[in-house]
Design a protein around this ligand. Structure first.
Ligand SMILES: NC(=O)c1ccc[n+]([C@@H]2O[C@H](COP(=O)([O-])OP(=O)(O)OC[C@H]3O[C@@H](n4cnc5c(N)ncnc54)[C@H](OP(=O)(O)O)[C@@H]3O)[C@@H](O)[C@H]2O)c1
Length: 270
């Protein structure tokens, strides 16, 4: 069946390649990027693929929460239903690490933006829909002061790993609180050190076959094995559902992180 799928960060890497796979399978894919020229190029490539799928593109810089809200509004104006939301956009190394809202870019793009986008798009996501959140093998205990941008870290990997655990924590919390009244939420580590710009720039290495990541995102979006896995974490390094960092399995800690995210978003809004 033809699905309507929004993939954030689909101008490069795993997001772009997954968009290619899904368009080729005949799905309607809503692509997103922050760079209009790259987005136009991606749309051109995707539109030239054979298949019945349609491609639509949306520009938004996910380090800015105003852009996140505008993205949700633009999608909502065109669609009353989404089958899959893949929160794929992510950042590891960046020349400017503080956003205009005073947050670390990694927390803004990797944890806050997907949280806010998902909340805003919930009315479009029925109980058969899926939200796939791009987690990572790198997960580290979240310092609320770092999350709120009050303490800055110079270690890219530390702040990236904290942002990915925050995402994994809200993913499970949202799943458990919405239960059957919302979509299926799955946090996915797509595979470590896959050959993308993030890995080239961040670790100076070519990386592993990107198709490892494309394959698991396609399965998470489509396959039956994920339909009843809401709240779980899939670790593609071992090709199975696995335990995330223990903090993500601790309801009190996870609720605390969700509360902290909400508090920061409320402050930004004023
Ligand atoms: N590659 C791996 O081994 C690996 C492992 C674990 C998890 N992941 C996760 O997988 C996801 C995809 O990563 P990737 O490896 O494919 O990296 P990538 O090639 O760098 O692609 C990242 C995508 O996110 C977009 N993006 C970054 N910052 C943005 C912002 N401020 N606003 C809007 N879009 C933004 C990028 O846009 P531009 O094209 O403009 O840069 C690009 O489309 C990320 O969440 C990453 O953390 C990757």
């Amino acid at each position: 069946m033809q699905k309507t799928i929004l993939i954030t960060g689909s101008t490069d890497g795993i997001g772009l390649e997954t968009a290619k796979a899904l368009v080729s399978q005949g799905h309607n894919v809503l692509i997103h990027g922050r760079n209009p020229a790259k987005l136009e190029e991606a749309e051109k490539i995707l539109s030239s693929l054979t298949g019945d799928g349609r491609v639509e593109s949306y520009v938004a810089d996910l380090s800015r929460m105003t852009d996140v809200k505008a993205l949700a509004k633009a999608v909502t104006e065109k669609h009353d239903k989404l089958d899959v939301l893949i929160n794929n956009a992510g950042v590891y190394k960046t020349p400017e690490s503080v956003t205009q809202d005073g947050l670390d870019v990694r927390f803004a793009v990797n944890a806050f933006a997907p949280y806010l986008l998902t909340q805003k798009l919930l009315p479009l996501l029925g109980s058969n829909a899926r939200v796939i959140n791009l987690s990572s093998a790198a997960q580290a205990p979240v310092d609320p002061e770092v999350l709120a941008g009050k303490v800055k870290l110079s270690d890219d990997l530390d702040v990236y790993a904290q942002s990915k655990l925050a995402l994994t924590m809200w993913s499970r919390t949202m799943a458990l609180s919405l239960k059957d009244n919302g979509p299926v939420f799955i946090a996915v580590n797509p595979g470590s050190l896959l050959a993308t710009k993030m890995v080239k720039q961040g670790f100076g290495m070519a990386g592993n076959d990107i198709r490892i990541g494309v394959d698991i995102l396609t399965r998470a979006a489509m396959a039956d094995e994920f339909a009843t896995a809401s709240g779980q974490y899939f670790d593609n390094d071992v090709d199975k559902f696995a335990s995330p960092h223990p903090d993500a399995l601790n309801p009190q800690k996870s609720a605390g992180i969700v509360h902290a995210i909400e508090a920061v978003l409320a402050e930004i809004n004023h």
